[in-house]
Each structure stands twice: as structure tokens, then as C-alpha cells.
Design a protein around this ligand. Structure first.
Ligand code: NAP
Length: 419
């Protein structure tokens, strides 16, 4: 039975688009109409330039692949500076309601307001919408300068837990009354040994939080016919948080995906066809392995801090964050976003690389099941880079290549769309 959007939320300053339909859910699966309504947050700073370029390329790819049968109905919603102007607030409730209702959204970078009472608008969006998985596909585009010899071996998707571990961390400064109280409790009532004057940090990790993250990772592995899901942890040192993450991950695989997965430890030879191998690696070893045995790895699932480090390390291996897409997933929700910030010094100069947002858009199309359009964008982007028609950042790395504008880069990608 499908879960239909029973009632459209009423907005204070937005109108529901009159064309297009809402994406719906059947269990865990999205039901995507031919004209889905996709809320879009343009973003601050360079967001305006890269979102314009991204929408042009996505629209062109969808039109080329589906000959007008399919089309995205973009729905502009507000966050950041644009929301300040329209609503006099940074993150209006209209925006949350639109994303919840329409389920899949695209987002440019947002300024972190100074003194706005927010840690960051991005973190607030993730928390309010309970987007518990930060997902980063990392793969190589030929022609992009890379610090390693065989960057093409990298093709991983990182599933990073977004709500627990250090993101939910509790800290008390050394010598503060709170730290003294916690130390007193731990030393005198729990028998722990802690040096006087220590700062205190506590990181919670739960079975619920771990299992919902690993579930998404295994579902993706099955959908994309990937070979393995690797649980990356530091369980040799932190047994009841990181070690528990590993144990809960294996438990979930056994309990919910027993027919479709096999633990690496149970294998006597190669994995049976069609089964996803579940294995685990200690985080420090993983940093070595991703360099030395890059193509042994496929989908990686990990707690927040490991994911923070490893996402950027993997991106660096294929040429940096400029071409790194990202998304945040919750139950039935997906917010696709550029992984860099607003680079305010380049705002409105038609200068920067739209690659990260464009690849997030391509990832969004894949999530919708519009795989042909997604592949077409990736192929055209790759071809454009090989032709050395690139923005300043890649031109700088390639050396002796004239930079083209954001809008010209988008035009070049559209010209290179296959078919
Ligand atoms: P940033 O905006 O990512 O920019 C840092 C540098 O990265 C830029 O000066 C530029 O380097 C390069 N860069 C970033 N995006 C690029 C692109 N599309 N094409 C080419 N080069 C690009 O980081 P920041 O200056 O630390 O942060 C600025 C604002 O963004 C802050 O308010 C921060 O809070 C916010 N932020 C938002 C997000 C988000 O919305 N997800 C993420 C991070 C930061 P060069 O100058 O060397 O060319």
C-alpha cells in the first residue's frame, strides 16, 4: 500500500506548484511521478551561480534522455540570506514543511550566520528533519589531477551517521564545576581512574542510531548490486561505542538481510553470486587500505567522526572536494547538497565550479530511479573535463589551461550530453 501525502501543508509565504506531482512512498521505495515537484534551496554566495548552472544541466539531461516525457518541477523554497529577506528568519518552517511533504530536495551552500543562535544552518536542517545518514559517493573523473597513481580505482559510497557520536557529544572544560562533578562520580562511584584537571568528553552511540544507518547502507548495496558493506570503527579501543557499532551492524545484517548478505568471516572462498559481503575494518587500518587496496572497497558505513575524516580523505584521493557530491537521508527523505561552502569572495562572479552541486543533482536523479539522466550528466561532465574546458579551480591544477565561467562550463556539459 502506498503512503500518500494525505494533506498538503499550508505555507505562510509559499504556494504549492500547480504543475507536477508529489513523490510518494511504497514501504521504503519511492514512487516517482513523471513530473515530480522538487523543492530547491538556491543557497548563499556562490549558490546562485552554481544552482543556475546545475538546474540548466539537469533539465537538459532529463529532456534529452526522456524526450519531454519526464520533467522536474522545481519549487523554490527559502533558507539562509534569502530567507532572512523574505521571512526575517534563517530557516522558516515553510521550508521544513515543503521538504517533508515533497520528500526529495536539492540545496546549495548556506552561510553560517554569526550570532544567529545556530551552530550551522546545515546542521539544523539535518537535525530538524532527522536526516540521519550523510552519504558521499566518491569516484574518479579522468583528467582531474590527483595525488595518487591509480585514482580510477576509487568508487566508494560513504554512509556516515549524522546524529550521534561526536555530533551528540557532551563536553565539559577542564577544571569546570561540571567536569569536576563528572570526574568525582566516575572516580568515587564507578572506580574509574582519571587525572585531576582533565577535560571531559562523552560520545553516545545507540543500537537504534547504528542500525538505521547500516540498514540504509545495505539497502543501497542491494539496490546498486555492490559487492560489500564495510563497517569502519575503532572497536579495538572503544568497545561499547565503536565496537558496539560493529556488532550491531553485523546483527542487523543477519536479522534483516540474512538471505542477501554473508559475513566475511563465514566465507570459505569467493562470495556466492548476488550476496553482499559484510565486513569490518578498524578505522586506522581503513585509511591505509583505501590507499593500498582501494578497489577492494565499495560501500562504507561508519559513525560520525570516522566518517568526517574518511569522507575528505577519500575525496582528496580523487582530486579534492570540488567534485564531491553529497546527500543527507532520513526515513523517506533525501536532501542533496554541494559539499563545499558559500565561498563568498566569488559570489555572483560566474566563476566557480558547479561540479559538486551538479554531481549531487546527478545522485538525486539516480535516487529517483532516473538512472539514464544521471549517467548522462556524469559522462558529459567527464568528457568536458577531458576536453580541458574547466573553471578556474581545475584550470589552476591542470596548469596552462584557460579558465571558463560557471555558465560556460554548464553549456559545455550540455553540449557533451550523450545521445
Ligand atoms: P568554502 O565556502 O567551501 O570555500 C573555501 C574555498 O574553497 C574557496 O575560497 C575556494 O578556494 C574553494 N571552493 C569552494 N567551493 C568552490 C567551488 N564551487 N569551486 C571552486 N572552488 C571552490 O569554505 P569557507 O570559506 O570556510 O566557508 C564560507 C561559508 O560557507 C561559511 O559561512 C561556512 O559556514 C559556510 N559553509 C557552508 C557549507 C554548506 O552549506 N554545506 C559547508 C561548508 C561551509 P580558492 O579560494 O582557493 O579558490
Amino acid at each position: 500500500m502506498t503512503e500518500t501525502q494525505m494533506e498538503k501543508p499550508s505555507f505562510t509565504k509559499l504556494e504549492h506548484p500547480t504543475n507536477g506531482q508529489c513523490i510518494e512512498l511504497d514501504g521504503d521505495a519511492l514512487i516517482v511521478p513523471d513530473r515530480p515537484i522538487i523543492p530547491v534551496i538556491e543557497g548563499d554566495g556562490i549558490g546562485r551561480d552554481i544552482m543556475r548552472a546545475t538546474r540548466r544541466v539537469i533539465d537538459a539531461a532529463v529532456k534529452k534522455c526522456y524526450g519531454g516525457k519526464r520533467q522536474i518541477e522545481w519549487f523554490d523554497v527559502f533558507a539562509g540570506e534569502a530567507a532572512q529577506e523574505t521571512y526575517q528568519e534563517w530557516l522558516p518552517e515553510d521550508t521544513f514543511a515543503a521538504i517533508r511533504h515533497y520528500r526529495v530536495a536539492l540545496k546549495g551552500p548556506l552561510t553560517t550566520p554569526v550570532g544567529g543562535g545556530f551552530r550551522s544552518l546545515n546542521v539544523t536542517l539535518r537535525q530538524v528533519l532527522d536526516l540521519y545518514a550523510c552519504v558521499r559517493p566518491v569516484r574518479y573523473f579522468p583528467g582531474v589531477p590527483s595525488p595518487v597513481r591509480e585514482p580510477e580505482k576509487m568508487n566508494v559510497v560513504i554512509y556516515r551517521e549524522n546524529t550521534e557520536d561526536v555530533y551528540a557529544g557532551i563536553e565539559y572544560a577542564a577544571n569546570s564545576p561540571e567536569a569536576k562533578r563528572v570526574i568525582d562520580f566516575l572516580v568515587n562511584q564507578m572506580g574509574a581512574k582519571i587525572r585531576d584537571g582533565s577535560g571531559i568528553g562523552i560520545k553516545p552511540m545507540s543500537e537504534f542510531g547504528t542500525k538505521r544507518l547500516v540498514r540504509l547502507a545495505i539497502q543501497a548495496a542491494l539496490r546498486q548490486k555492490r559487492a560489500s558493506v564495510t563497517l569502519v570503527h575503532k572497536g579495538n579501543i572503544m568497545k561499547f561505542t565503536e565496537g558496539a557499532f560493529r556488532d550491531w551492524g553485523y546483527e542487523l545484517a543477519r536479522e534483516e538481510f540474512g538471505k542477501d548478505t554473508v559475513a566475511e568471516a563465514d566465507l570459505k572462498g569467493p562470495a556466492p553470486a548476488g550476496k553482499v559481503v559484510i565486513n569490518d575494518r578498524i578505522a586506522d587500518s581503513m585509511f591505509q587500505q583505501i590507499l593500498t587496496r582501494t578497489d577492494d572497497y565499495s560501500i562504507l558505513a561508519m559513525p560520525n567522526l570516522n566518517g568526517d575524516y574518511l569522507s575528505d580523505a577519500c575525496a582528496a584521493q580523487v582530486g579534492g572536494l570540488g567534485l564531491a557530491p553529497g546527500a543527507n537521508f532520513g526515513d523517506g527523505l533525501g536532501l542533496f547538497e554541494a559539499t563545499h561552502g558559500t565561498a563568498p569572495k566569488y559570489a555572483d562572479q560566474d566563476k566557480v565550479n558547479p561540479g559538486s552541486l551538479l554531481l549531487s543533482g546527478s545522485f538525486m536523479l539516480e535516487h529517483l530511479g532516473w538512472v539514464e539522466a544521471s549517467r548522462a550528466i556524469e559522462s558529459a561532465l567527464g568528457e568536458t573535463i577531458l576536453q580541458k574546458r574547466v573553471t578556474y579551480d581545475l584550470a589552476r591544477l591542470l596548469g596552462d589551461v584557460p579558465a571558463i565561467k560557471t555558465s560556460e562550463f554548464a553549456t559545455a556539459i550540455i553540449e557533451n550530453l550523450p545521445g
